[in-house]
Design a protein around this ligand. Structure first.
Ligand code: ATP
Ligand SMILES: Cc1cn([C@H]2C[C@H](O)[C@@H](COP(=O)(O)O)O2)c(=O)[nH]c1=O
Length: 214
C-alpha cells in the first residue's frame, strides 16, 4: 500500500502553512488519514536541528548547512514520512527538498553550481519523492505585508536576510517549478485564503482519484 505525498513550497509569508492546514482539514473531512508535518522538523531529532538551524546563531559552512538540512530530512523521512506513506496515509509536508535548493542553493549560495550539484546528489538519496508539489507564489510586497502581520517577535535566520536574498529564493522556486513541471504546480496565492484553497483542491482532486483507484 502506498499513500499520497504532497509538499508545499515557496518563500516566506506566501501562505504555505495556512493552505497546508486547510487542505489537511478538508481531506480529513473526506475521511482520509492525513499526516500534516513540516521541514525542517517533524520528528524530535529534526525539530532539535530546526531550532539550531533557524535560531542557533550558527556559522556553518555552506556545505555543512546543506548537510544539516538533509540530516534533519533523513530522520523525518525514515521515522515519519516513509512509514506514513507505507501505511497508505496522505502526507502533507510544509517544505521539503525544493526549499534546500531554493534557500541554500540559490538564496545563500547564489546559484553556485558546485553547491547545486551537491544538493541534487543528496536529493537523489532521499527515499521519498512528492507526488505533487504546490509552489505558492505572491508578489514580494504581499509576502512582506503577511510576514509583518504574522510577526511574533521571533525572526529566524532566513527571514531576517535582505530582500535580494528573498528575491533569489523566489526566483529559485520559480525555476524549480518550471523545470520539474510534472511534479510541481505553481499556485497564485495572492487571493483570499478560501479562493487559494479552492484552486489547491482543484489541483489535488485528480491525485485523490488516482489514490482511490490504486
Ligand atoms: N490568502 C491570504 N490572504 C491574507 N492573509 C493570508 C493569506 N494566507 C495567509 N495569510 C496570513 O499571512 C501570514 C503568513 O501565512 P503563513 O504562516 O501561512 O505563511 P507561510 O508561507 O507558511 O510563511 P513562512 O514560510 O514564513 O512560515 C499569516 O498571518 C496568515 O494568516
Ligand atoms: C526545509 C528548509 C527550510 N529552510 C528555511 C526556510 C524557512 O526560512 C525556514 C523554515 O521556517 P518555516 O516558518 O517553517 O517556513 O527554514 C531552508 O533554508 N532550507 C530547507 O531545506
Amino acid at each position: 500500500m502506498s499513500g499520497l505525498f504532497i509538499t508545499f513550497e515557496g518563500g516566506e509569508g506566501v501562505g504555505k502553512s495556512t493552505q497546508a492546514r486547510l487542505l489537511a482539514d478538508y481531506l480529513r473531512g473526506r475521511g482520509l488519514d492525513v499526516d500534516l508535518t513540516r521541514e525542517p522538523g517533524g520528528t524530535p531529532g529534526a525539530e532539535a536541528l530546526r531550532d539550531f538551524l533557524l535560531f542557533g546563531g550558527h556559522d556553518l559552512s555552506s556545505r555543512a548547512e546543506v548537510m544539516a538540512h538533509f540530516a534533519a530530512r533523513a530522520d523525518h523521512v525514515d521515522r515519519r514520512i516513509a512509514p506514513a506513506l507505507a501505511a497508505g496515509k496522505v502526507v502533507i509536508c510544509d517544505r521539503f527538498t525544493d526549499s534546500t535548493e531554493a534557500y541554500q542553493g540559490h538564496g545563500l549560495g547564489n546559484g553556485d553550481p558546485v553547491l547545486l550539484d551537491m544538493i541534487a546528489r543528496l536529493r537523489a538519496l532521499v527515499p521519498a519523492v512528492p507526488d505533487l508539489t504546490l509552489v505558492l507564489q505572491v508578489p514580494p510586497a504581499i509576502a512582506a505585508a503577511r510576514m509583518a502581520e504574522r510577526a511574533n517577535g521571533r525572526t529566524d535566520r532566513y527571514e531576517a536576510l535582505d530582500t535580494a536574498f528573498h528575491a533569489r529564493v523566489a526566483a529559485g522556486f520559480d525555476m524549480i517549478a518550471r523545470r520539474d513541471a510534472t511534479r510541481c504546480r505553481r499556485i497564485d496565492a495572492s487571493a483570499a485564503m478560501d479562493a487559494v484553497q479552492d484552486d489547491i483542491r482543484t489541483v489535488v482532486a485528480p491525485y485523490l482519484k488516482r489514490a482511490d483507484n490504486a
